[in-house]
Design a protein around this ligand. Structure first.
Ligand code: ATP
Ligand code: MN
Ligand code: MN
Length: 389
């Protein structure tokens, strides 16, 4: 590639898993706009359109410099007519009318607020929107039927809206490590998701847990959650047991990006004093329990109460699937999606967080490391920090 400031000088591959996408890039002024349109398409149950905008945004994230004119976009893949129109308008006028009116629209704002509640998906949010509901407060006010997850989602809404910092993630890592080692010495714990990709904040903290002796990890999750519960560290948890069977989940099964590991979606109660201590700002503060744990989120102040709620995902993987699980839980979501699309369309293989199946040879390919999986797929290895597609 020419060492110039011309974005079109580099050869841009068309699958996100063929490219390096750093966390910080030069085109947020365009990618944020395209991602609004992607999100809006998702709210309108138009997955194809949503992915198209997301792919377009992702290409711009991989560029070595800021886009200055439409000329710079020559030769770039994944930029459809609609995305190009939006980009052109932003380059010429500083903003796109479609993006701005979407951002301001009542539907977009309500869907964002409602799907932002833990336990609420697009379907439910859309139904509520059509019934005239706009916010978590509306749900409380009208006494909507909520399942257990949604109740927790509404109760801890304000805390869960606040980004989780890396320091908070590190404090939670220490807690998870202590819990896991108390119930299964020798187990291995790995930080996954956005924090593994080098993000400084996240919407949750993701962990993958395994044990080098295959079989030892079976039934581990209830032991971990019991330990955490006894310590008073859990505000909510829902554990799903492992339902993966190679025979059933093989190529005959329709592709589904939900994996089948034993997993736990949880909400931790994180002491803010522990976080201050870790970040070395001040000495650990007095640990005051205010006994006001059941208040509404809007009335709760984590500064005052001494703790905050944090979403934590725990996943347990058998050792033989650990490399696949690691690759599958590192993200980003688009990177994962593109990996699976590459495997299917270009390699006649089927990739999941459990295994890689080669349809031509009719066999499962074993791997101990992520590097081996990229090699099977005929892809250059992309480190986690450059999977921010
Ligand atoms: P954030 O910082 O916002 O949390 P993230 O990249 O960590 O960003 P997550 O939603 O926590 O996003 O997902 C982390 C990874 O776990 C993603 O790569 C995603 O593919 C994977 N993942 C999340 N939920 C599931 C699920 N139910 N089944 C399989 N994989 C999942
Ligand atoms: Mn995450
Ligand atoms: Mn997660």
């Amino acid at each position: 590639p020419k060492p110039s400031g011309d974005p079109s000088a580099m050869q841009m591959k068309s699958y996100a898993c063929q490219r390096r996408t750093p966390l910080k890039h030069h085109n947020s002024f365009l990618t944020e706009a395209l991602e609004i349109l992607s999100q809006n398409a998702e709210y309108n149950d138009n997955e194809g359109r949503s992915v198209a905008f997301r792919r377009a945004a992702s290409v711009l994230k991989a560029l070595p410099c800021r886009v200055k004119s439409m000329e710079d976009l020559r030769c770039l893949p994944c930029l459809g007519d609609h995305s190009q129109r939006v980009i052109k308008e932003i380059l010429e006028d500083g903003s796109s009318r479609e993006v701005e009116s979407t951002r301001q629209s009542e539907q977009f704002q309500a869907m964002k607020a409602l799907t932002g509640i833990f336990g609420v998906g697009v379907r439910t949010a859309d139904r509520w929107f059509r019934e005239g509901l706009r916010s978590p407060d509306d749900l409380i006010r009208t006494g909507q039927q909520l399942n257990r997850a949604q109740q927790a989602g509404v109760q801890y809404y304000n805390d869960l809206q606040k980004p989780v910092t890396k320091v908070e993630a590190d404090v939670i890592s220490d807690i998870v490590e202590k819990a896991v080692h108390s119930v299964l010495p020798g187990a291995e714990i790995q930080l996954m998701g956005g924090f593994r990709r080098g993000k400084e904040v996240g919407h949750d903290v993701d962990f993958l847990i395994t044990h080098p002796e295959e079989g030892k990890e079976e039934g581990l999750m209830p032991k971990i959650t019991n330990w955490l519960e006894e310590q008073g560290l859990l505000l909510y948890q829902k554990t799903t047991r492992n339902s993966y069977l190679e025979k059933m989940d093989g190529p005959a099964r329709p592709p589904n990006n939900m994996d089948r590991f034993e997993r736990c979606f949880s909400i931790f109660k994180l002491q803010t004093s522990a976080v201050r201590y870790k970040s070395n700002f001040t000495a650990p503060a007095e640990d005051v329990s205010t006994g006001r744990e059941n208040e509404k989120p809007s009335e709760r102040d984590s500064e005052e109460s001494g703790w905050r709620a944090v979403r934590v995902d725990l996943v347990v993987s058998p050792y033989s699937q650990f490399a696949f699980a690691t690759l599958g839980w590192t993200g980003s979501k688009l990177f994962e999606r593109e990996l699976r699309r590459w495997a299917g369309q270009e390699k006649n293989m089927s990739l999941s967080s459990h295994a890689l199946y080669d349809s031509k040879q009719n066999l499962y390919l074993r791997a101990k490391t992520e590097e081996e999986i990229f090699a099977y797929l005929g892809l250059e290895f992309i480190p986690p920090s450059e999977r921010n597609a």
